[in-house]
Design a protein around this ligand. Structure first.
Ligand code: C2O
Ligand code: CU
Length: 522
């Protein structure tokens, strides 16, 4: 039974996003380091380690990759000593997997980490009890539609010395996905340590658009960290002995592809930027200091119907945006990409004239709106934070249920449902469903107390349609504070057990994750 009340008093993630929990004496103030002294690195491209077949279809050979989780050291800034990370194949972000729609590949995910973790495990959290091995990994390809056995179920972790072979059919539209650790109860620590990387799915529709490509297409994986004066990762802990978990972590060092305050030399022409928020809890609100527009062309699950010109981009943890920036009018300028008032990186536009054969078409890919009448079911799902005697939330649940309770969400394969996320808390929770893509219907302010006591809605405003940049296929959605956020989800693909969760990694590790099961229709 849950005692304790709703938390109404904490500063929400959206308010907290500009405030770093960097007050700990043991961390460096990142803003004291010189900016733009390091070139922006690009993650390496993964090379297949040969071809292999699945035991179930021995005649079909598929590209086979082996990606091992292993310790590494990496210079994140010219003036800092190398930082210890846990990486896939020695890189943070790990090697980028590239494929085309419908072209399957296999990945052998190996755990070659030491037996001891270097970040503070909280043994009170479900799945991270002291009888569990400290170091466990399981890889999930976020945004991919795979069978459950290849989806990286949080309890399917492996220990150092082991590996597992996953099959990715990649039967999906062009999009930037990302892989990351998903181990039960320590996922926030493993990703903070560096266990993530990018994946590109390409297709014919995208090819036909003549968007900037090759060196003119640049991935930007953003992840904030707290850094100690000797250049090491610092993960904050609570003041409670034996209970180190903290509700959110915000670092003042915002790394882009692994560098702090990097610069990128660009030509005065169009670039395509593929932006990922790989942070544990930080939301980004990005803009270009000179007011240059972003032409947003895509979201988590691929291309928008048409470009949307925006001055700023909002990205919750787990979300991706695909934008074109036209530097053609900015010869010789130095343009800072900023997160509100924080410096992120710099674009140095060369002064020469160049020709730009790429285009920014007015129409990209149709995204037919799913009519609400397609939904066979509407689920009302609350996002809960509970406190006990202390001021911090001690527990976060989805719909009042713990991870270990029986599965309550069992959509039928090939049906469509509406999921309504009812958020009485002060936090915005980015909600991610595995195995599916969805569309955002709307958000609506409501009065939490009436709903909590009478299970009735008292709405405080009209239904707000998704922002233009959210009007495509999504796999992660901001469920804003004191709002009901509705998504419409076709459950296509495979039957079996998957998860849905909050992508604030500290929440996810502390019960804000639930299994769900796609079941065969009758
Ligand atoms: Cu990005 Cu369940 O994950
Ligand atoms: Cu959350």
């Amino acid at each position: 039974m849950l005692t304790g009340g709703w938390i109404m008093s904490r500063s929400g993630a959206l308010c907290a996003m500009t405030h770093a929990m960097g007050a700990q004496a043991s961390t460096l103030n990142a803003s004291t380091l010189p900016t733009f002294v390091d070139r922006l690195p690009l993650p390496p491209i993964a090379k297949p380690n040969g071809m292999r077949s699945l035991p179930s279809s021995p005649k079909i050979k598929l590209p086979y990759y082996r990606l091992a989780a292993q310790p590494t050291e990496m210079k994140i800034h010219r003036d800092l000593k190398p930082t210890r990370f846990w990486s896939f194949a020695g890189a943070v972000p790990g090697p980028t997997l590239e494929t085309r729609s419908g072209e399957a590949f296999l990945v052998e995910w190996a755990n070659q980490l030491p037996l001891q973790h270097f970040l503070p495990i909280d043994h009170r959290l479900h799945g991270a009890e002291s009888d569990k091995p400290q170091v466990r990994t399981v890889a999930h390809l976020h945004g991919a539609f795979t069978r459950p056995e290849s989806d990286g179920y949080p309890e399917n972790w492996i220990v150092p010395g082991k590996s597992v072979l996953y099959h990715y059919p990649n039967q999906q539209e062009a999009a930037m996905l990302w892989y990351h650790d998903h181990a039960m109860g320590i996922n926030r620590l493993n990703i903070y340590a560096g266990l993530f990387g990018l994946t590109f799915v390409r297709d014919r529709v995208e090819d036909g658009l003549n968007l900037p490509s090759g060196k003119y297409e640049v991935p930007l994986a953003l992840f904030d960290r707290l850094i100690t004066p000797d250049g090491q990762l610092y993960y904050p802990i609570s003041e409670k002995p034996g209970a180190p978990w903290v509700p959110e972590v915000f670092g003042d060092a915002i790394l882009v592809n692994g560098k702090l305050f990097p610069y990128l030399e660009v030509e005065p022409r169009k670039y395509r930027l593929r932006v990922l928020n790989a942070s544990n809890a930080r939301f980004y609100h990005l803009s270009l200091q000179n007011g240059l527009a972003f032409h947003q062309i895509g979201t988590d699950q691929g291309l928008l119907p048409a470009p949307v010109a925006v001055k700023s981009l909002m990205l919750a943890p787990g979300e991706r945006v695909d934008v074109v920036v036209d530097f053609s009018g900015s010869h010789g300028e130095q343009i800072v990409l900023q997160n509100d008032s924080f410096t992120v990186m710099q674009f140095r536009v060369s002064a020469n004239q160049v020709s730009d054969p790429s285009s920014l078409p007015a129409a990209l890919r149709p995204v037919p709106k799913i009519p609400e009448s397609d939904a066979v079911k509407t689920r009302l799902l609350t996002l809960d934070e509970y406190q006990n005697l202390v001021a911090e939330p001690i527990l976060m649940l989805l719909n009042g249920t713990y991870w270990h309770e029986p599965i309550t969400e069992k959509p039928l394969l090939n049906t469509t449902e509406i999921w309504s996320f009812i958020n009485p808390t002060d936090d915005t929770h980015p909600i991610h469903l595995h195995a599916v893509r969805f569309q955002v219907l709307d958000r609506q302010h409501y009065e939490p107390w009436t709903y909590q006591t009478k299970k009735e809605f008292r709405f405080l405003g009209p239904r707000v349609p998704p922002e233009p940049g959210e009007a495509g296929w999504k796999d992660t959605v901001r469920a804003d504070s004191k709002m009901v956020t509705r998504i419409i989800v076709p459950f296509e693909g495979y039957t079996g057990r998957y998860v849905w969760h909050c992508h604030l990694l500290e929440h996810e590790d502390n019960e804000m994750m639930r299994p769900y099961e796609i079941v065969a229709g009758t």
